[in-house]
Design a protein around this ligand. Structure first.
Ligand code: DAK
Length: 259
């Protein structure tokens, strides 16, 4: 792959969008490579948490590639949107937790990519925005849908209608990011959080994610009955038996078996 790098550190995978000359803007090739990388993550049972970040210290992703989009026909723009949406949806639907380590500009498609992740950590120099209307287009990779789900209707509309950029602290204030960290520590902080998650029972963590995501779209009774179902599934795992036995024997569990 030319524009995506993939690295594994124990049970954590790191995907880096790597087109620093173009502030990691997403063109078709990068989206296709991202799609392949996500498939690899999905098929690797030893990956418990995924961290997505951008190459360099200036940008996470400065959006979809404006140069490529500028010459698109109606048909091509539709294909581009379908490709982006399917890759982003695939990220959102990964059963393992995902963390966006936002190391600079997260604009347009970059902000939308971060919105597909479960947790967003921003560096102090990060900047967020949905500037599409300044380019005569609408957000095309889920921004009109996911931003409001994260920050509420009113703030999402303000950001999308104005196309303005906000800094990391404002992003924190409106609940767009979980945490702001010193720029030079962004990957380490994301990896620290990832390792805290990865040391827990992986199947239980996955089931929590699926239940939370399912529950948000259904009524509370349906959500609670789904919770009862996944709770009972845990009792078929070796990890539940080992962890409860360890607790009763007053010892720490070394490593979960993911079984
Ligand atoms: N696309 C392509 N190249 C980009 C880029 C982008 N989004 N952002 C930056 N670059 C390139 C610049 O052109 C420049 O290249 P050279 O001129 O050196 O060849 C290089 O990266 C460095 O950028 P700057 O020189 O501009 O750096 P500055 O520090 O001065 O400014 C900036 C940084 C992030 C403020 C500025 O680059 C900027 O405003 N970039 C554009 C940000 C933006 O508007 N992003 C949103 C893109 S729109 C859809 C599908 C998808 C989408 C919509 C619809 N459908 C098909 C329905 C998504 C849309 C978007 O994401």
């Amino acid at each position: 792959m030319e524009n995506i790098s993939y690295e594994k550190r124990e049970n954590v995978a790191i995907l880096k969008i790597s087109r620093p000359k173009f502030l990691n803007a997403l063109n078709t090739q990068t989206l296709l490579e991202l799609n392949q990388a996500i498939e690899d993550v999905k098929n690797d049972k030893d990956v418990y948490v995924l961290v997505i970040t951008g190459e360099g210290s200036k940008a996470f992703v400065a959006g979809a590639d404006i140069k490529e989009m500028s010459n698109m026909s109606v048909f091509e723009s539709r294909e581009f949107s379908i490709l982006g949406n399917s890759v982003f949806r695939k990220i959102e639907e990964l059963e393992i937790p995902t963390i966006a380590a936002i190391n600079g500009f997260a604009l347009g498609g970059g902000c939308e990519l971060s919105l597909c992740c479960d947790i967003r950590i921003a560096s102090e120099n990060a900047k967020f925005g949905q500037p599409e209307v300044t380019l005569g287009i609408t957000p095309g990779f889920g921004g009109t849908q996911r931003l409001a789900r994260v920050v509420g209707l009113s703030k999402a509309k303000e950001l999308i209608f104005t196309g303005k950029m906000i800094d990391a602290n404002e992003a924190l204030n409106i609940g767009l990011v979980n945490k702001v960290v010193p720029t030079e520590n962004i990957l380490d902080e994301a990896l620290l959080l990832a390792s805290q998650i990865a040391k827990n029972a992986p199947l239980a963590v996955k089931m929590c994610k699926v239940a939370i995501n399912k529950g948000i779209d259904v009524d509370i009774n349906t959500g609670l009955s789904y919770e009862a179902e996944i709770f009972s599934h845990c009792f078929s795992t070796e990890d539940q038996k080992d962890a409860m036995a360890a607790f009763l024997e007053k010892r720490k569990i070394d490593k979960f078996k993911n079984r």
